[in-house]
Design a protein around this ligand. Structure first.
Ligand SMILES: C[S@@+](CC[C@H](N)C(=O)[O-])C[C@H]1O[C@@H](n2cnc3c(N)ncnc32)[C@H](O)[C@@H]1O
Length: 252
């Protein structure tokens, strides 16, 4: 098993999300002056930490299952003086209960469905139902999730789960949010530039590994293959077809 640098060395978020869009979403959460924040599938915590910084006095909880990401999240919290207000716990998002003023869930709907490897349609409804239970009435949810940006092509589905019904299109997901106890305040989609930057950051650790190792290293061929396959999957597969929608929702 090749040991690669962590994704947070090359990506700000584990999602196609620009600085500008992140700032807008954070501002939307903060303007409601939340006292409690929850991020399910928080990764290395960058979004939650920015939200906590923008909402002075708030307390935040981030949960994820990846110990290395959580360690990085705690390190970031401490270095920004947020260690007392924001905690990161290794917990399954399905176990979280309570009622929060603001909830964030970006790219983590699969927490409430089958694992991605099961290659089943993404269970947005299960995620929205669970998330509604975690937001107090009037509270806000930032919900980020994959959608089809265009009708799925054979090349795109071959690079993903192999099925046309893995994701919904934006209009259908917007309607689903409305029927799951939320008022939709805004709907945005990641741009092609955000996707290109995300994909470039995603493979950067493979490029850096190759730069740091001799071509005759026993793992070099494997890493080169991984890099080529991921670029191919994106550029000739799901680029422009797979989208990422960002919703700002208010709980009814
Ligand atoms: C696509 S990443 C998104 C991370 C983060 N929200 C972001 O946008 O940077 C999904 C995250 O969900 C986490 N995750 C997966 N299953 C989980 C579960 N059952 N409970 C909590 N977190 C989970 C993964 O470890 C991963 O960090």
């Amino acid at each position: 098993m090749v040991e690669l640098p962590p994704l947070y060395d090359d990506l700000t978020f584990l999602s196609p999300l620009s600085e500008q869009r992140a700032a807008g979403l954070v501002a939307h959460l903060a303007e409601a002056r939340p006292g409690t924040l929850l991020d399910i599938g928080c990764g290395w915590g960058e979004f939650l930490l920015r939200a906590a910084e923008a909402a002075p006095g708030s307390r935040g909880l981030g949960v994820d299952l990846e110990p290395q990401r959580l360690e990085e999240a705690r390190r970031r919290a401490a270095s920004r003086g947020l260690g007392e207000r924001v905690s990161f716990e290794a917990r399954d998002g399905r176990e979280i209960t309570g009622s929060f003023d603001a909830v964030v869930c970006i790219g983590a709907s699969h927490v409430w469905g089958l694992p991605v490897e099961a290659a089943q349609p993404l269970d947005y409804a299960a995620a929205l139902t669970a998330l509604r239970g975690l937001v107090r009435p009037g509270g806000r949810l930032i919900y980020g999730e994959a959608v089809w940006s265009a009708a799925p092509t054979p090349a795109a589905t071959a690079a993903l789960s192999g099925r046309d019904d893995e994701y919904l299109q934006l209009d259908a997901l917007t309607a689903l949010a409305s029927t799951h106890g939320f008022t939709v305040e805004s709907v945005e989609e990641a741009s092609r530039e955000e996707w290109d930057a995300f994909e470039a950051g995603f493979v950067r650790r493979l490029e850096r590994w190759l730069e740091g190792h001799q071509g005759d290293h026993p793992d070099a061929d494997d890493v080169r293959t991984q890099l080529g396959e991921q670029r191919e999957r994106y550029l000739n597969g799901y680029r422009g077809v797979l989208g990422l929608a960002y919703f700002t929702l208010v709980a009814d």
